[in-house]
Design a binder for this molecule. Sequence first.
Ligand code: ADP
Ligand code: MG
Length: 687
Amino acid sequence: MPFNLKTKLSEVKGIGAAKQKILKKLGIQTIEDLIYYFPRTFENRGNILSISQLKKIGKGCIKSHVKLIHQRRSYKKRIFLTEAIVSDGKDSLKVIWFNQPFLKRALENKQVYLSGQINSDPSYGIALINPVWEIVKKTPPIHTQGLVPIYPLTEGISQKQIRSLIWLTLSKIPSLKDWLPEEIKKQYGLIDLKKALSQIHFPKNVKELEQAKQRLKFDELFLLALSNKIIKKKIKEKSAPIIKFQEQITKNFVQSLKFNLTSSQKRESWKILKEMEKGKPMNRLIIGDVGSGKTIVALIAALNCLANGYQVVYMAPTEILAQQFFDRAKQYLKKVTKKNICLLSKNNYLFNNKKIKTKRTLVNYIKQGKADLIVGTHSLISQKNPLTFKNLGLIIIDEQHRFGVEQRAKLVTKEKKNFLPHFLSLSATPIPRTLALTLYGDIDISYISELPAGRKAVITKAFKEDEKEKAFELIAQRLKNKELVFIVCPLINPSSKLEIRSVKEEYENIKKRFSKYKVAILHGKVKSEEKIKTIENFKRGKINILVTTSLIEVGIDIPKATTMLVENAERFGLAQLYQLRGRIGRNKKQAYCFLFYKNVGNAEQRIQAFLKAKTGIEIAEKDLLLRGPGELFGYAQSGKSVKFKLIDFKETELIEQTRKIANLFLKKHQDIKKFPLLWNKIKEYLK
Ligand code: ADP
Ligand code: MG
């Protein structure tokens, strides 16, 4: 039966339902999935040896004839022994397999390749033990000789089975049209797609493997870069509200602040304001260290949109953050504008200072344009109740790495077809520049590169579990000074299995240890209103110690909090610790961060790296080395990551180079529809 890449395995003869189910577990459902299921490593089983060579070397592969084969139960009972004598014409060799009773029928009188190790044992003499075998056919052996691919597997399927399946598929697939234009292949010395796919599984040598990897890595990056560029171009073809720079009101706003803007804040705000004047959709990401003051930049953009008569949406990943932004927006903006600010959060609807009973009322205000700045969480894009706006001018998404890429699309697609609101996202995830350019190639990036003046670096100390008392002494001093303390635990509830601190246990401990002070608890399971009240009381200093989870990792701004203690710091990624620590040191007072950790795995190494690193970027790079990019960039959730199978994000040079190649290509060929195969591939990729 003819098949192509998109053919489902269920339509292929010879793959039963049970196998399909197992393959599905590995994410393999189509022919394409199967041939793009790459080996995790290779085993070099060497060239074919003669039996006498094998006896000398002790390990390797032979081609031989099975002369005698029989089976018996071993003296230890239970175990099935299959014993054979094989010959290569010159010498013969004894071969033993354990517990594979079907072998007699399979191998009797056959020509076979055998790969394994010679063992010498008093009970059966010199013999090849449990070798991998395969019957000699016209095609070269795939299991026993040379570089043999080893796949990441699950129960119910063997290396041999998947290998054979992939081999068969590769040899049967009638044609595999290469979508990569000839000129690119020629210019950059890349091999053909079909060849690359076959060589990535069954390379004759290391060079072939390298060629294959080079080609397929190129594919991953090239497609990403091209599609990013194409998205970018498409966006720029649409129109957007013209936001005239409102000089007076902007000045008033900046003057009303208690501080001077940093030069990064000024530079990037200006860039944004200029961009929004052009009537083309802005699509911009602000990357800035925690505490660098991204919110102000967003507020300046928002203010200008409001002053031009447009609505603005601000979306945060948590209710606490949405509330915080709402409060700040009111505090800052009310001094300079009369626009209405509303909060649409879970069971919490506010219109300026007024509580609104039903969501419907607020939704109507938004529709009628009575609500100007709309602040909220995911609920803004909830499927059940799609918001409609009167005239949406700008969407701001805070901590954007917390959202999937598709989510922002959801807000956007609700707008008119050829008209898009401006789009601004904020992230404290410090991504090295080259990487950001590639991963977010469809977006323009603003870097806020400095912290406000006068901030002191947080003094960070690591303690082993038994040095706790020392840290508690230090905390007692901070409390005496009327400073606020965060205590962060990885879990909410106690767990007997894991020896990890939970918020609930720690809350009891801390209450006892610091009985003079007010201690409160906060985690994801606490009710929304309760959460917001607790944060509010903590902010005001009515609570001295807040025992919490990494819930507070993102964005919370509580200037009076100077101290943080992290329990089981080994459980957190470096980038996450960095975010956590970013909650303190937000004013001129000296801040302290204490890490308690257990020395498991590479914890020591990671904690030390954390103590040494000075900037977010440094931490990002360390995390990249120690943990890989997935978690670091929150990229896994975004769905894009599945497309990277080979790319190692440490290969910045390759990443950079491919991006440039893609740019050149697009410059040269304005209309890539001239390359129908490539165009199809990109369309598929963008889906
Ligand atoms: P982040 O970039 O992490 O979102 P925020 O916008 O929450 O940071 O700002 C952190 C704190 O710094 C806030 O309390 C804010 O008022 C303050 N801040 C922002 N810009 C400045 C500045 N230029 N000088 C002094 N403080 C600033
Ligand atoms: Mg923030």
